[in-house]
Ligand binder design. Structure first.
Ligand SMILES: [Zn+2]
Length: 309
């Protein structure tokens, strides 16, 4: 995702009260995001991931650590702005670093569009993973700071039409056994199915429909006060679903998928797979037991997100 300086024609017409921001991952020289942030969002992100940031007009560097040579390379960026530009150097970038509950207008969309074809995804080698479900092969993919895992049955490569599930990360469900959602049961079911019939589960690490864990727990706090899963996200300044499936498309290609049986209830995932020119020979519903805690959540997903439940 390296941008050459001479190619940078950035329109930094900024909305009121917002500061143009360039974000760079510490030590990589890669510009990761361009956009706008408000002061509150800047302050908030400093607390967590910012190493240091640089104000162009003030020629001043605020830093958590001593400045290094990487920052110098970007100081002279000729961005199209008479106003200030902030260069944020972060330890680790996420898709939603700036989507705090203080609301900001920072987005990755500029780079996403410009660099669609240049997307750099780092791949691991494959390895054996014996599990309580059976023996699998696993392969990991790193897309920015999001790392995903492909879990394959041993016979995956020999199957013409494998079962496939794209499972969205849910730490509280998958690891803690939360009953507020159906994630744990769905993952359990998918792993059982691919172990028995052969296939692939992609563990897609976009926690909380890609708002991150902190925001998700804040959404849970709102849910404790009576908001449903969608309204809570909206109240925090997010869309009902912030997930994107770009990395999944990459993994599909890497694993040579053509025809699959897709395990899902989510119409968006069906559409995405079809857009990847992969034929869905059959949709396998991922229906699990409801309980008193996830009843409303599942109702909301059915009613407002069109899930096939
Ligand atoms: Zn969940």
């Amino acid at each position: 995702m390296n941008l050459k300086r001479e190619n940078m024609k950035i329109d930094f017409k900024k909305p009121n009260g917002l500061i143009p921001v360039i974000t760079q991952e510490y030590g990589t020289n890669e510009i990761l995001m361009l956009g706008h942030m408000n002061n509150e969002a800047l302050d908030l992100t400093i607390e967590t991931k910012i190493v240091h940031y640089f104000s162009r007009s003030k020629n001043k560097i605020w830093k958590k650590e001593e400045n290094n040579r990487d920052i110098q390379k970007l100081i002279d960026l000729k961005v199209n702005s008479n106003l200030d530009t902030i260069l944020v150097v972060v330890e680790q970038i996420t898709n939603n670093i700036c989507n705090t509950d203080k609301k900001s207008y920072f987005s990755r969309s500029y780079l996403d569009k410009k660099n669609e074809n240049k997307k750099i995804i780092i791949q691991s080698k494959s390895a054996n993973l014996p599990t309580k479900y059976g023996k699998f092969n696993v392969k990991a993919y790193k897309d920015g700071c999001q790392e995903h895992l492909a879990i394959m049955s041993k016979d995956f490569c020999d199957i013409d039409i494998p079962l496939v599930r794209v499972h969205s990360e849910c730490l509280t469900g998958d690891s803690v056994g939360s009953l507020k959602c159906d994630c744990n049961s769905q993952l359990d079911l998918a792993l059982q199915l691919i172990s028995k019939e052969g296939g692939l589960v992609i563990y897609h690490r976009q926690e909380g429909r890609n708002i991150g864990l902190v925001n998700k727990i804040n959404a849970y706090n709102l849910q404790d006060q009576g908001y449903n899963t969608i309204d809570a996200n909206l109240k925090l300044g997010f869309k009902d679903d912030e997930r994107n499936y770009d990395a999944i498309g990459f993994i599909f290609k890497d694993l040579n998928l053509n025809k699959i049986k897709l395990i899902t209830n989510n119409p968006k995932k069906i559409k995405f797979v079809e857009n990847c020119n992969i034929q869905i020979v059959e949709r396998i519903p991922s229906i699990t037991k409801t309980n008193q805690y996830n009843k409303n959540y599942l109702q909301t997903k059915k009613k407002h997100m069109g899930h096939l439940l």
